[in-house]
Ligand binder design. Structure first.
Ligand code: THU
Length: 140
């Protein structure tokens, strides 16, 4: 869909993802990404990718947004929707590690993939059909 097709709440989320991308620290890849998520209690949190000279120490925009939200009280199943914004020819999906982290906080949140021209609306389940959930002890 086009940006002009978005509902006001969706537009707010997508704009937050687009705006936070300005703060991305991506001197190694040159690929700046912004992400924003909405919690089920209606709050919006944004995050950008933060790379490091020790390349494996970098973090993606999506997990950066999750950290912001958890630090402000988002709980398990508290995630309603997440938007990812990058300037690529095709909208960028979250990487596998981010999909797994997102799956910890929502049963099936909406995932918006956007670039300057288009927005794709998907669900987390479409992108990650079988998240890893096995853990010897039941999580509390
Ligand atoms: N990246 C994200 O932040 N989110 C994505 O969905 C894909 C990849 C970042 C990680 C790294 O900083 C850069 O993009 C290149 O992989």
């Amino acid at each position: 869909m086009r940006w002009s097709d978005l509902e006001p709440a969706e537009l707010e989320l997508l704009r937050a993802a687009r705006d936070v991308r300005r703060h991305a620290h991506a001197p190694y890849s040159g690929f700046k990404v912004g992400a924003a998520l909405r919690t089920r209690d209606g709050r919006v949190f944004a995050g950008c990718n933060v790379e490091n000279a020790s390349l494996g120490a970098g973090i993606c925009a999506e997990r950066s947004a999750v950290l912001q939200a958890v630090a402000q009280g988002m709980r398990r199943r508290g995630l309603d929707a997440v938007a990812v914004y990058a300037r690529d020819t095709h909208p960028t999906p979250p990487c596998g590690m981010c999909l797994q982290v997102l799956s910890e906080f929502g049963t099936d949140p909406a995932v918006y993939l956007a670039n300057a021209r288009t927005v794709e609306r998907m669900t987390l389940r479409e992108l990650l059909t079988r998240p890893f959930t096995h853990f010897p002890r039941r999580p509390r």
